[in-house]
Design a protein around this ligand. Sequence first.
Ligand code: DMJ
Length: 645
Amino acid sequence: MHTPPRQDYVSISFAGQRSGSYNNSKQWRRQSCWRKWKQLSRLQRSLILFILVLLFICGIATYPTVTEHLSGLTEGEQHTESNSVLRPVVPHVLPEPLKQVRPPLPEPTSKKKLSNRRGPPFLQNRLQKKGNASDTVVEDKAADTKKEGEDNGVISWRGAVIDTDQATEGTKDEQNSEDSPVDQKGKPSKESANWPEAVRESFRHAWKGYKDFAWGHDELRPLSKSYSEWFGLGLTLIDALDTMWILGLKEEFEEAKAWVATELTFNKNVDVNLFESTIRILGGLLSTYSLTGDSLFLDKAKDIGSRLMPAFNTPSKIPYSDVNIGKGTAHPPRWTSDSTVAEVTSIQLEFRELSRLTQEPQYQAAVAEVMKQVHKLDGKLDGLVPMFINTNSGQFTHQGIYTLGARADSYYEYLLKQWIQGGKKEDQLLEDYLQAIEGVKRNLLQKSSPNGLTFVGELSHGQFSPKMDHLVCFLPGTLALGAHNGLPDDHMDLAKQLMETCYQMYVQMETGLSPEIVHFNMHEGSTRDIEVKLADRHNLLRPETVESLFYLYRFTKDQKYRDWGYEILQNFNKYTKVSSGGYTSINNVRDPDYPSPRDKMESFFLGETLKYLYLLFSDDPNLISLDQYVFNTEAHPLPIWPSTV
Ligand code: DMJ
């Protein structure tokens, strides 16, 4: 997007300036200024000098704060939030005592300077101290006083709806995990039995912030104890519904449900993004319906689903990015008639499910048409797609750039997941997926130096870039899911390698939290594998790595994946938890002393990150069995369709 150039100056004109005599010579300017200065009274001159001295002193005094703030502002912003967070808020997030509980490095690295982990010559595993993540909680625990009942109670409440008898998952790996664990390299520790409860505690803390300061609004701003609106539809509340159900937080769920029943209305003159509202709102409502069987959620899903349909009224049938759900009109962004490829190809699971449940075929037909067209398009490279598609012509635009990150990521995810959702019958989806994974291997896969981390880079007009978004960390999980569903074993091998890389993106940072984007070194003689540019050092509480850890653990039962997830949870608690409630995105994962909070809790932290962490730690393989459910790209589980044959 092009923003107008900033005006960097102000012009001041003095009264009495004689324009007629102006000739702009150096000599004239010097004389004229001196003359003006002499014409001033002594009082005026003293006043001006006094102001100049004052300004100088203020400038010196505020210099460090300003530079720090500016460095925060230069980093990439998401959505529309501006960064108004300054130093005084630090105590909310990073109280002094927390710095003392950082776990020591493992033996080989412990002799190194703790505060500088840049470029370790070997890979790291920082998990040393095991215990409840809440050990590190900031001073305010009042919010968490209401403890959940015993696990049994929770299970019976949830179990009333989920039909566990039909669960089949785990036949390969899980059911024999006690006796003959598959690929079990680490043993479950005693403490890990408490980890699901640690996630519940984190959820309650996040929910307290949302409830106290942002109830019914889109996103919590935990530091300013306020909220931000994106669509004005209670985004966080809807995104979190099924998480509460899965975590067994009955009371919180009932309160949220009451809000959906009495307050949620889609009859609003508001522009929403088709993709975001589909994956978060439609997906969240459909999933909650499938878990609870409560028709309230299906009715709401139908309402929003039908209001989103005008997006498909385009010359090409490739949907526009934005819809006004009150007026029933749709349009592309102001600056282009393109949509992003990920957006138009990652709404299928939800609209297909809506058609199945309502027996109204128009939803499925609209999204199937998009897949049909994208399947046939020119401009792919070995199954890899460009990032943009034009809503008039239906053709790819900005061709020649290939990434598994932003704007293309979930295209690949939804090829596999639609195939699974539909009972593995839609061969074209499978073929496109398999071809794309081969395309990744051939064009985007490389190893870093010095430690040979496998990573997925990007290609721009034939030029390889060793840049990898954190978003790409969905891929290990998706590859593992494919392998679990009968796809080649080497997909699982690649999944494990990429999982290690995504973990290193966390563990090699001083806060133990991943930045938004990393660059890998590939040249011989590099001293470190991972570099982070200044503008990429933020962390938005994203889920992709813990999502993949969940899949990898479910399919391999290797304890290390849980350990890694627990480390990440602890670091979220250390560096992003706000004492008065909620968690915040941060600007700088490389500065444990001042991670620079952004004052925003994205809805996907509750919708995805905490849900995947809970499922990673849960010992119940039937809790959202991967043979019965497929997760949409916002972590909302949708049922795999029962076979009709
Ligand atoms: C979520 O909205 C979804 O996971 C989406 O697919 C990618 N971006 C965020 C989380 O990072």
